[in-house]
Design a protein around this ligand. Structure first.
Ligand code: AMP
Length: 216
């Protein structure tokens, strides 16, 4: 399956994307994760992305689209993929149409996670990630580790992403409203969008997501 997962920051896209991709045996392609890998490796692309991410702004399209195009061309993405965090504006959505122009490679679904902005702020500012493995995600209120600041799974140090601070999350929500919401309207007009609530446990949302794409 070829799926785009879309929703505001803090809706739980990353958490659900990992699980959905594993369930469907397709690669999880997160532009945020790809940028963070570049930043960690100190690449030129990472240098470009760093300040935008820190300030809650979108990384320029030419950088982002090139990176996604290269990732989607790899062999593991030929049988399907789950895109998490892309497209985030209309120019990226148009670019994706261009990349998936072959009738064999059309999108199957656009899955939208819906959540209020107040809930997003509460969720995001409490989120903590493990330095050893970013897939290990905790929350100071909803999913606290046994020992504060330490990953239960591997003992790694837990940290808060710079862009998870309150001022930045408010900026990211503003960007979502103005840039990403029109992408949903565009896909809706094409009849692709299935919207589910992002509230509830991880498992509840996952089951809801699978049901909505007919893969329960
Ligand atoms: P995420 O991990 O998806 O929340 O993304 C973290 C940050 O990476 C965003 O706030 C943006 O600064 C940047 N980013 C991720 N995906 C994109 C994209 N498709 N276009 C532009 N910037 C992006």
């Amino acid at each position: 399956m070829r799926i785009v997962l879309i929703g505001p920051p803090g809706a739980g896209k990353g958490t659900q994307a990992v699980r959905l991709a594993a369930h469907l045996s397709i690669p999880h392609i997160s532009t945020g994760d790809l940028f963070r890998e570049h930043i960690d490796q100190g690449t030129e692309l990472g240098q470009h992305a760093r300040t935008c991410i820190r300030d809650g702004l979108l990384v320029p399209d030419e950088v982002t689209i090139g990176m996604v195009k290269e990732r989607l061309a790899r062999p593991d993405a030929q049988g399907g993929f789950l895109l998490d965090g892309f497209p985030r504006n209309l120019a990226q959505a148009e670019a994706l149409d261009g990349i998936l122009v072959d009738p064999e490679s059309k999108l199957d679904a656009v899955l939208e996670l819906e959540i209020s902005e107040a809930e997003v702020v509460k969720r995001v500012t409490g989120r903590r990630l493990c330095r050893m493995d970013r897939g290990h995600i905790f929350h100071v209120y909803f999913n606290p580790p046994e020992v504060a600041g330490v990953c239960d799974a591997c003992g790694g140090e837990l940290y808060q992403r710079d862009d998870d601070r309150e001022a930045t999350i408010r900026q990211r929500l503003k960007v979502y409203r103005s840039e990403t919401a029109p992408v949903i309207d565009r896909y809706q007009a094409q009849g692709f969008v299935t919207t589910i609530s992002a509230l509830g446990s991880v498992k509840e949302v996952l089951n809801r997501a699978l049901r909505s794409i007919g893969k329960e």
